[in-house]
Design a protein around this ligand. Structure first.
Ligand SMILES: [Zn+2]
Length: 263
């Protein structure tokens, strides 16, 4: 098993640290095409349950719907970003924040400013209100005006979609370990979740036996599992393996009861 922390996890960890240090109020340019990861980053900014975004709380759900009161998204209409959108964004940023100590402006299609919109946006970038977090998103840096490039911190998004899936699964496991139940629409989802959960606990047990701390930075699951005694981890793993052996027929609610009784 690789001991490397995936790039996605590293990025989420980075933003979680910025959040802890209250340094998210800045202008950033996200380069790459990875909407799923962008959503996880936004959820991490807003979530009170986990700085990686729990995916299920009110703030996380509103972020996923694009309807969080402290988030505004603007996009090309249909091919260029119009000055009217920039005016509305300035107004939005000047308001008081509602749920989180930030007003987040997400600009999709950062390559597509009309000339007058770009000028107006530069003014916003130069003098943003103190609680502004401006996230310009673009598929690549070509086509981004140099004046915008130079005023934003650049963040390159990894494009491995599998990694995002894995990060989402790990966040689901962490939420389950905290006692939250999970609703599965399909048995396949349940089996995937179980597989991920067994992998997390097993990797943690192995690292403990090897007295290997390389999992220390791997995210919420590891942080929670670290507080378990070895006996408790082994009982949890044994319980999950018993459920996994019957995973294609077991009642999914009952299975969660069995596993949670070992946590
Ligand atoms: Zn949340």
């Amino acid at each position: 098993m690789t001991q490397q922390i995936p790039q996605t996890e590293r990025l989420l960890k980075y933003f979680s640290l910025l959040k802890q240090r209250k340094r998210l109020n800045q202008s950033m340019l996200f380069v790459g095409d990875n909407e799923e990861l962008m959503l996880r980053i936004l959820q991490g900014f807003a979530c009170e349950v986990s700085s990686f975004g729990c995916g299920t709380c009110w703030d996380c759900r509103k972020m996923a719907e694009g309807r969080h009161p402290d988030l505004k998204i603007i996009a090309p209409d249909p091919h260029t970003i119009k000055i009217q959108s920039i005016r509305e964004s300035r107004e939005f940023l000047s308001l008081r924040s509602f749920r989180i100590p930030l007003k987040i402006l997400k600009v999709n299609g950062g390559e597509c400013f009309s000339a007058e919109a770009a000028n107006a946006f530069l003014k916003t970038l130069e003098e943003p209100p103190g609680h502004s977090c401006i996230m310009v998103c673009a598929a690549h840096t070509e086509g981004i005006l140099p004046t915008i490039l130079s005023r934003c911190r650049k963040v390159f998004l990894p494009e491995e979609v599998r990694e995002v899936g894995a990060a989402q699964e790990a966040s689901d496991v962490a939420s389950f370990l905290r006692g939250h139940r999970k609703k599965f629409k399909k048995r396949q989802e349940f089996m995937e979740f179980l597989r991920c959960m067994i992998q997390c606990v097993h990797a943690h047990l192995c690292a403990r036996y090897r007295k290997n701390n390389s999992l220390r930075e791997s995210g919420d699951c590891e942080i929670i599992l670290r507080s378990y005694t070895t006996e408790r981890l082994m009982a949890l793993e044994a319980g999950m393996l018993r459920v996994a052996a019957a995973a294609d027929t077991v009642n999914m609610n009952l299975a969660q009861n069995i596993i949670q009784s070992k946590i």
